[in-house]
Design a protein around this ligand. Structure first.
Ligand SMILES: [Zn+2]
Ligand SMILES: [Zn+2]
Length: 348
């Protein structure tokens, strides 16, 4: 079984950044009810904290909670960005926070959505994934922060995997075609060749259900990750301590019954195990079936007041497998019993 070890890094430096990030997490969580513009930095704080704790070892509850915090902050950021001026009650850091509307579109970009999708996938956070799946990718394209075309197409593929609309592979192929290293400058080409294309290869093997191809692609992906980050400039960047893309795809593989045979410090087994084992009992909006908190007065999906009708209660695995139908207005795949679309908010 191949094992890809982490490159060496400056542990004392990492330890000092960890201290800084722990303080930032507490400060930002305290400010959040007054200032929801802090959600965007909180995604990064959760991710970096999780990566630092994992690299300094061992993977513990602080690490997993930090990754979950990033996922929840990201899901809340996009829900609030589409809430049309309404305040929302959402879980952030595993407690419910009342968040005022925040309309700064510059943080609602493809990179931030992908960061949140990756964290929610690798932590098995179905509730956050449902909020992210409701976001039309067109919204990300409208942000003043632009990304490369392939990134939007990868986001479409990720969204399709959540909505189970049968278009995931089609979007992924389009992303692969758009990620052309000959059409961009050297720096962007390095990212495509070392990070993006290898991720897509793992993803294709997962969609094919081919365990041998999955292991080969994962080994390549993780070796290129090591090579990319093991340079004087990047060695001590927390960004490179884990591979979020590999972790998310490994959790998906496990849920699909394909257990990867590759191990790596960039994708610790303890994180994959926890993400694949995560289960939750969800409370769902009676109209659009978006996960809501017990005392919600405004559904983050359809924006209706859910208190007049009994919410649905469902196990997250049952929710993931429930039948779906296309929205009659925007074609987003909705749960079969939904009478409102959580994406375009049209009545069905
Ligand atoms: Zn709803
Ligand atoms: Zn719709």
């Amino acid at each position: 079984m191949p094992h890809i070890p982490r490159h060496s890094f400056d542990r004392a430096h990492a330890q000092s950044i960890l201290g800084t990030y722990r303080k930032r997490r507490e400060l930002v969580l305290k400010m959040l009810p007054q200032d929801s513009s802090r959600l965007a930095p909180l995604v990064e704080i959760g991710r970096v904290l999780g990566y630092l704790v994992a690299a300094l070892g061992p993977v513990d509850e602080e690490c997993l909670a930090a990754l979950r915090l990033g996922a929840q902050a990201g899901a809340a950021l996009f829900a609030l960005g589409r809430s049309e001026g309404k305040a929302l009650r959402l879980p952030v850091g595993d407690r419910v926070v009342e968040l005022a509307h925040h309309a700064d579109g510059s943080s609602l970009h493809g990179g931030k959505w992908n960061e949140a999708y990756t964290l929610a996938t690798l932590t098995g956070d179905t509730a956050s994934l449902a909020l992210l799946a409701a976001v039309p990718i067109e919204l990300l394209r409208r942000s003043s922060s632009r990304g490369p075309e392939y990134a939007y197409l990868m986001a479409e593929a990720e969204r399709s995997s959540l909505l189970r609309d049968g278009r995931e592979e089609e979007w992924l192929l389009a992303a692969l075609r758009a990620a052309d290293p000959d059409q961009v400058d050297d720096e962007a080409a390095e990212i495509i060749l070392n990070m993006q294309t290898p991720t897509m290869e793992v993803w294709f093997a997962l969609l094919d259900g081919d365990r041998a191809a999955l292991d080969a692609a994962l080994e390549k992906k993780l070796r290129l990750h090591a090579r990319f980050f093991d340079t004087a400039a990047l060695r001590s960047e927390p960004e490179g301590f884990l591979s979020g893309d590999a972790l998310a795809l490994m959790v998906r593989a496990r849920l699909a019954g394909l257990s990867p045979g590759v191990t790596s410090d960039y994708a610790p087994a303890a994180i994959v195990d926890a993400g694949a084992a995560a289960r939750a009992q969800l409370l769902l909006c009676p109209y659009c079936l978006t996960p809501i908190v017990a005392d919600a007065v405004c559904c983050p999906g359809c924006l209706l007041d859910p208190r007049d009708d009994a919410p649905f209660e469902m196990d997250d695995r049952d929710l993931a497998a429930a039948p779906r139908k296309p929205c009659r207005a925007c074609a987003t795949h909705l749960l079969g019993v939904a009478i409102m679309c959580p994406s375009c908010r049209t009545r069905q």
